[in-house]
Write a protein that binds this ligand. Structure first.
Ligand SMILES: C[S@@+](CC[C@H](N)C(=O)[O-])C[C@H]1O[C@@H](n2cnc3c(N)ncnc32)[C@H](O)[C@@H]1O
Ligand SMILES: Nc1nc2[nH]cc(C(=O)O)c2c(=O)[nH]1
Ligand code: SF4
Ligand SMILES: [Mg+2]
Length: 208
């Protein structure tokens, strides 16, 4: 955890953006959800579609009370906390206040750092350059592996060996190679039906 004083133990967080949209990925695809995107990531995936979030210094700390007030001004039943890598921060206060307001708490994480807070759904998307902590594998509600090449199927299975029996399994094509890889992803899921496919449906819908 790289939490520093400036974030006051999770009472302030570096907010990049927040918006009400449709969850475009994974198990909850298609569900209206309010997104809270936090700045800072030390994983640095070459194909990251959120590179603009990486430097936390670009995003001044915002109070959790203000973030929660904004989220609860929309009719969303669920909030997705993402980033950047949200596990860089102490998230207990944020998740507790959202749940106290009757909102389901979902998180998107690489699992590179200890997960704090209380989560109704944990989407773990493992990364080769900084693999998930054993504790986060156990907490995952869904494992969402990004497929950039055929070599990633074997790596997806290696990750699946670490999650719980109830964890949902998703293969998600990396966006820039979608056309080249989607056929192989479809055939892999048909041959290995523990796996489901997640496409980034918000990108097809041209929404945030
Ligand atoms: C931007 S990340 C932020 C949350 C966290 N750092 C993580 O990687 O899980 C949100 C999700 O987008 C996925 N993602 C990022 N870039 C992508 C791309 N180019 N194609 C497909 N999925 C991508 C990540 O794997 C992750 O599941
Ligand atoms: N609509 C929409 N769905 C998403 N699911 C995960 C996202 C993310 O960036 O974490 C994302 C996103 O950025 N937009
Ligand atoms: S861990 Fe997530 S936010 Fe960080 S670089 Fe990778 S995809 Fe982007
Ligand atoms: Mg995204």
């Amino acid at each position: 955890m790289s939490d520093t004083d400036v974030f006051m133990g999770g009472r302030m967080l570096p907010l990049v953006e927040d918006f009400y949209t449709i969850q475009g990925e994974g198990y909850h695809s298609g569900k209206p959800a309010y997104f809270i995107r936090l700045g800072g990531c030390d994983v640095c995936c070459s194909w990251c579609d959120a590179r603009f979030t990486w430097n936390p210094k670009s995003f001044p700390p915002v109070s959790v009370d203000e973030i929660v007030a904004r989220a609860t001004s929309f009719p969303a039943q669920a909030v997705v906390v993402t980033g950047g890598e949200p596990t860089l921060y102490q998230l207990s206060l944020l998740s507790d206040k959202l749940q106290a307001a009757g909102i389901k708490t979902f998180i998107e994480t690489s699992g590179a750092h200890t997960l704090t807070g209380s989560w109704d759904w944990v989407c773990l998307s493992p990364k080769r350059n900084q693999p998930p902590l054993p504790s986060v594998f156990k907490q995952a509600s869904e494992l969402k592996v990004i497929i950039t090449s055929l070599a990633d199927f074997e790596w997806a299975e290696e990750n699946a060996a670490h999650v719980s029996d109830t964890c949902m399994l998703y293969l998600q094509p990396e966006w820039s190679v979608y056309q080249q890889i989607i056929e192989a992803v479809v055939e892999y899921a048909k041959a290995n039906p523990r796996w489901n496919i997640s496409i980034q449906m918000h990108k097809f819908m041209h929404i945030p």
